[in-house]
Write a protein that binds this ligand. Structure first.
Ligand SMILES: [Zn+2]
Ligand SMILES: [Zn+2]
Length: 336
């Protein structure tokens, strides 16, 4: 298995599988635009002296150049970074720098959580993710979870028929008898599924549920969830194949009772069961995937000036293709 450079595709046995995260990221996320705008506004106040001097400088004309050299080298085409246009662009791009930093931070947290589910201990980690790790330890203590309860930790889930794959954080077995929080989660999930049971009954009967799980780190202190989160879990729950990490070994997907998002924040955590049933899968997930596929495969041609042509143009293209074939020169593609 290899993941292509831009993270958009997984290549497995010569089949190109769409990355679920990439597809769902392409769907507009509520909250992202105000967040990006606020980051820029904050940065502007933090950099008042820089803004002040930039407003009096002549634009350098190199603001948009993409230098190919190393970051510590410079050339005559480098953005000056101090003129008004360069500073504006730097402010406007802040959300990209922040997104990259948070993705990287989230990955390091995931590594710690995964390690725990295999070894039962918290491995050494950097100070910047320590608050998330503390919240994670609270989570496992409050729900009485043990490493053995992780029936699956980070693995790739594969659905060849729909041409998609994605990374899951795992499947966890929650035991009602362990803690009140665990029993209440089970009670809520089973009641929603049409099998009402009180949390005390759940404890008495030693009920368990197997749940797909997704960790999300969140920097802000208020719990906030988005419908896309449910889409991803609905997708994964219905994927038929688990491909074990760093191997070609495939096993059938584990049957689950539901899906939960575990949101880790610097000041705490939230466990949120989400509706990721057949309905969410068919109406939400599959449509989202189809929409994304249309956007990348057919979208460009839908608005291209080359799509609608005169019959004369078509005839000329056909003649040229026939001639190229006769002379053996490569046929230039006319699809755009
Ligand atoms: Zn340069
Ligand atoms: Zn400049």
């Amino acid at each position: 298995m290899e993941e292509s450079g831009d993270g958009r595709w997984y290549i497995i046995d010569d089949q190109r599988l769409m990355s679920v995260t990439t597809a769902l990221n392409a769907i507009a996320k509520r909250g992202l635009i105000p967040w990006a705008a606020m980051l820029t506004a904050e940065q502007a106040f933090a950099d008042l002296p820089l803004l002040n001097s930039a407003s009096r400088r002549k634009p350098c004309d190199n603001t948009w150049s993409r230098c190919r050299h190393e970051a510590d080298e410079s050339c005559g085409k480098c953005p000056c970074r101090v003129c008004r246009r360069c500073v504006q662009k730097w402010l406007a791009d802040r959300h990209q720098r922040e997104s990259a930093r948070r993705a990287e931070e989230g990955q390091r947290f995931h590594d710690v959580a995964e390690w725990w589910s295999y070894h039962g201990e918290i491995k050494p980690h950097d100070g910047d993710i320590a608050p998330y790790v503390t919240s994670f330890e609270e989570f496992i203590a409050d729900y009485g979870l043990l490493p053995d309860d992780f029936l699956l930790a980070e693995a790739l889930l594969v659905h060849r028929d729909i041409g998609a794959a994605g990374q899951t954080d795992g499947v966890v077995r929650v035991h009602a008898e362990r803690t009140e929080k665990a029993a209440k989660l089970i009670s809520r999930v089973l009641t929603h599924a049409g099998n009402p049971v009180t949390w005390k009954q759940a404890q008495k009967r030693k009920l368990t549920i197997d749940s797909l799980l997704d960790y999300k780190t969140r920097e802000a202190d208020d719990p906030q969830f988005y419908p896309e989160n449910a889409l991803q879990l609905a997708g994964y729950r219905h994927f038929p194949v688990i491909r074990m990490k760093n191997s070609d070994v495939e096993v059938p997907m584990i049957r689950t009772d539901g899906g939960i998002i575990v949101q880790l924040r610097p000041e705490g955590y939230a466990v949120r069961p989400v509706v990721c049933n057949q309905g969410t899968y068919e109406r939400g997930f599959l449509n989202a995937l189809d929409l994304y596929r249309w956007l990348i495969e057919d979208g460009p041609a839908a608005i291209s000036s080359r799509t609608f042509v005169l019959p004369e143009t078509l005839a000329a293209r056909a003649r040229k293709a026939a001639k190229d074939q006769a002379t053996g020169s490569p046929t230039t593609s006319t699809a755009a």
